[in-house]
Design a protein around this ligand. Structure first.
Ligand code: 13P
Length: 282
């Protein structure tokens, strides 16, 4: 089927207390792996690309891959811009045909974040393309994005932010960080419940690679409807490539060394779809 937006997907998830996994893709094999996993588990799924990924190859390349994969599939698939870091990039992805856009103004002041987010919402919502924003800072590093030490989302600010921007979903900072964790992350899940009490749009968890599954499940029970995984997919893909090349260093066919990585990404995505409980929700 054609790509769908994240709007109804996340509303359905919120209503039925599950989440939709959002998986960062870096190449065609990862796109194929994510879609195969979703099809096998009859699950809706979101694929997403960061600014550095679309700097490597433009939004059109990734969109084309996602579009073809979605059209061959029988489950709802959305293509989302992750951490859009400027109005221009958000609108570029929107114009190219991304079916969901994040604008991340979390590094600016509260007022500037509102202004930037609203400007993207005003354009995208005219064409029914939903917008995700971030309030508070998810810490850690992802590509060339550096969240520093983070800064938790304040529930009262979240309420005002949603009212003033009209945003469709909100990424919250409750102690997760992008990249590889040094120890077990300690999440402030009571803060999540406090945010949920005053904000009624779908909430998004970033920095989920390395967060224990039971913790993710608790976050979903308390209102998370979209769960982002990036680092672990890169690790899974690279592990497959390395294994093939370690065993057979003379391999020169990219199809040969990419296929094991694709298989590992697919297994990883399937396991996280089960954590999100979006299997059989297509
Ligand atoms: P991880 O790389 O920690 O999985 O974070 C993913 C993410 O939040 C993408 O925005």
């Amino acid at each position: 089927m054609a790509l769908v937006t994240t709007k109804q997907m996340l509303i359905n998830a919120q209503k039925d207390n599950y989440a939709v996994g959002a998986f960062n893709v870096e190449n065609m094999e990862m796109v194929m792996a994510v879609v195969e996993a979703a099809e096998e588990l009859n699950s809706p799924v979101i694929m997403q690309t960061t600014p550095s990924t679309v700097k490597y190859a433009d939004v059109e390349f990734f969109l084309a891959n996602a579009k073809v994969a979605a059209e061959k599939a029988n489950v709802p698939i959305a293509m989302h811009l992750d951490h859009g870091n400027s109005f221009e990039l958000a609108i570029k992805a929107f114009r190219a045909g991304y079916t969901s856009v994040m604008i991340d103004g979390s590094h600016s002041s509260f007022e500037e974040n509102i202004e930037l987010t609203k400007s993207v919402v005003d354009v995208c919502n005219c064409a029914n393309i939903p917008v995700e924003a971030e309030l508070g800072k998810v810490g850690g590093k992802e590509d060339d994005l550096d969240g520093g030490d983070g800064g938790y989302t304040d529930p009262e600010e979240a309420k005002q932010f949603v009212e003033k921007t009209g945003v469709d979903s909100l990424a919250v900072a409750i102690g997760t960080a992008h990249g590889v964790y040094k120890g077990e992350p300690k999440l402030d899940i009571d803060r999540l419940s406090e945010i949920r009490q005053v904000v009624d749009i779908p909430l998004v968890l970033h920095g989920t690679s390395g967060v224990p599954d039971e913790t993710v499940e608790k976050c979903i029970e308390r209102g998370i409807c979209k769960v982002n995984y990036a680092t672990d997919l890169r690790i899974a893909f690279s592990k497959g490539v390395k294994e093939v090349l370690d065993k057979n260093p003379d391999t020169i066919d990219p199809k040969k060394y990419s296929s094991l990585g694709r298989e590992y990404v697919k297994e990883y995505v399937k396991s996280k779809i089960l954590v999100c409980k979006s299997n059989n929700k297509a």
